[in-house]
Design a protein around this ligand. Structure first.
Ligand code: ADP
Ligand code: MG
Ligand code: ZN
Length: 557
């Protein structure tokens, strides 16, 4: 069993060309037969880490997964990829269960999904012991630890049970959020050596965090939704009552929202989730019952209307934004009242005094997050035990630090103009943006546009940012849009742009447009902020070369 084979399977079943950071090490460790703990942010690609070894090992891989409601979706997804998988849970009749167990014994499946509670049944345990189980995967492994934010006693007893199996399977534990103490807890319960704990960088570069101390939180949300009409997101509230009220309020004002909480019927919840999945909602207003396993990749914002009880919950919920890698926002609306509510909930809980103390400590950290002047993303990542993270450059604290800074976009403008020039001014802005981004789109690659010398020279930016910047350059008179003889819009350089290319003019006009942008209500972020963030990061890494990226000869009119 080699990594080469694993890569072939990745290509064959999933159509991905390479492993992501972390996936490779985790898979190698599992294939080598070590009990392994993988910590990867939501959306990082944990499923593949156990599914590929499952395909390579003989026998069956058992996957312990916390939510019955998700199993069917996960299994259906695998079947669509051509991977034989099934699940056994309380939604099946006894006859159906027997049927599946029979099929399993006959070797029909590679993966079996079950809830941890299954292993509490003596009958099931007996069957389990007769199956050729090579690998046991524990998804959402933080549920094992009572120091985690989602402790489940059945997870803990399941862990003990697995260790007592006569034939010892390899154990793969996976989670998105684990503080150092939760890691230690998982590792000691499952006999995982420190050398086989893999944590990928938790930082999510495409998320902009902000904390807002708003007087009127509803008004903020209203203005935000109004300013982002074509985006979809999640608004988390801490109680069902607040969910219902906020949803009514917003839908009453004409926003496409739906409510989601555990007090609703299964059908109502399904309907809400479906609408959300199909982009029919601008926002789903939900309690924390919504989210685990939501596979929507283009969630553009996650707003917390209330303070979560700790940073684990917060990062997990906020992390549902931007799983497609595009720029997304995570906004926390702070209100002192929420701190009291959370405190009260801990006090009233059935927890032991020791654990209450622990929960208070976590709430304190959550509170500190709302008042820190350090980078918000770095603060979270540090909380999870990753010390060496740099300021993200785009959270509300990083933005404050640079608020007075000027932004010079001359280099970016030169890159854009060079590209247009090299492409003989025959293409539209979206094609230009794709070339600059280095798009893998077949059309772009096929054309071999421009000998590709401007291909990918702005890859640090998203295609959308580049396009947006192009539009601003049009607005500022650097570019003209003309229709060609096929009536398609193409971009042309104006004399002003040529001056920029020759290094005779700086592009600073943009500052005028954006100077007050970020301060307008509801307009957290914006292009100006995004570009500045990318630049800030670049300038920390390397100096951008000055003028004249391309030789003079290309400038001859
Ligand atoms: P997690 O369980 O860590 O939240 P998933 O396993 O659901 O994440 O994966 C999230 C997304 O990332 C999926 O859409 C998956 O197809 C994609 N993905 C995973 N690994 C890769 C890879 N190596 N290359 C490209 N996409 C990947
Ligand atoms: Mg997952
Ligand atoms: Zn920051």
């Amino acid at each position: 069993m080699t990594l080469r084979q694993a890569e072939e399977l990745l290509q064959k079943y999933y159509g991905h060309s390479s492993f992501r950071p972390g996936q490779r090490q985790i898979i190698e460790s599992i294939l080598a037969g070590y009990n392994t703990l993988g910590i990867m942010p939501t959306g990082g690609g944990k499923s593949i880490c156990y599914q590929i070894p499952a395909l390579m090992f003989p026998g069956i891989t058992i996957v312990i997964s916390p939510l019955i409601s998700l199993m069917k979706d996960q299994v259906d997804g695998l079947r669509q990829l051509g991977i034989p998988a099934t699940y056994i849970n309380s939604s099946l009749t006894l006859t159906e269960m027997d049927e599946r167990i029979r099929e399993m014994t006959a070797g029909k499946y590679k993966l079996l999904y079950i809830a941890p509670e299954r292993l509490e049944s003596g009958r099931f345990r007996a069957i389990f012991e007769t199956l050729p189980v090579y690998l046991v995967t524990i998804d959402e492994a933080h549920c094992i630890s009572q120091w985690g934010h989602d402790f489940r006693p059945s997870y803990r007893s399941m862990a003990q049970m697995i260790r007592q199996l006569p034939r010892k399977p390899i154990i793969a534990a996976l989670t998105a959020t684990a503080t150092p103490e939760v890691r230690e807890d998982i590792a000691s319960l499952l006999s995982i050596e420190p050398a086989h704990i893999y944590a990928t960088r938790l930082q999510r570069d495409n998320l902009s965090f902000s904390v807002r101390h708003e007087e009127d939180r509803r008004e903020f949300i209203r203005a935000y939704l109004e300013a982002h009409p074509r985006q979809t997101g999640i608004i988390y509230c801490s109680t069902r009552k607040e969910v219902d009220q906020l949803h009514q309020d917003l839908s009453g004002q004409g926003f496409a929202t739906a409510a989601y909480h555990a007090g609703m019927s299964d059908e109502e919840r399904e309907r809400a989730q479906e609408k959300f999945s199909y982009d029919q909602l601008q926002a789903i207003v939900a309690t924390n019952a919504f989210g685990m396993g939501i596979d929507k990749s283009n969630v553009r914002f996650v707003i917390h209307y209330n303070l979560p009880k700790n940073l684990e919950s917060y990062y997990q919920e906020a992390g549902r934004a931007g799983r497609d890698g595009e720029e997304s926002e995570c906004i926390l609306l702070y209100s002192p009242q929420d701190v009291h509510t959370q405190k009260f909930l801990i006090e009233q809980s059935e927890l032991s005094p020791e654990r209450k103390q622990h929960e208070f400590g976590k709430l304190q950290e959550m509170h500190n997050y709302c008042y820190t002047s350090q980078c918000l993303q770095a603060t979270i990542v540090k909380y999870f035990g990753d010390p060496g993270s740099e300021p993200c450059g785009k959270c509300s604290n990083c933005r404050k630090l640079t608020e007075e800074e000027e932004i010079d976009l001359t280099t970016e403008a030169q890159k854009i103009f060079s590209c247009i020039k090299r492409m003989k001014e025959r293409f539209g802005l979206s094609t230009v943006s794709k070339v600059l981004k280095g798009s893998k789109s077949k059309r772009i690659l096929e054309w071999q546009l421009d000998g590709l010398s401007t291909y990918g020279i702005m890859k640090e930016y998203t295609e959308k940012q580049i396009h947006q910047l192009c539009l601003e350059l049009v607005a500022e008179g650097y570019l003209h849009i003309r229709l060609n003889n096929h009536s398609l819009p193409v971009a042309k350089l104006t004399p002003k742009a040529i001056e920029v290319l020759k290094g005779e003019r700086k592009v600073t006009g943009l500052r005028k447009i954006y100077k007050d942008g970020p301060k307008q209500s509801g307009q957290a972020g914006g292009l100006f902020e995004e570009l500045r963030a990318v630049r800030l990061k670049l300038s920390q890494r390397e100096q951008i070369p000055p003028y004249m990226i391309f030789p003079d000869s290309t400038l001859k009119e």
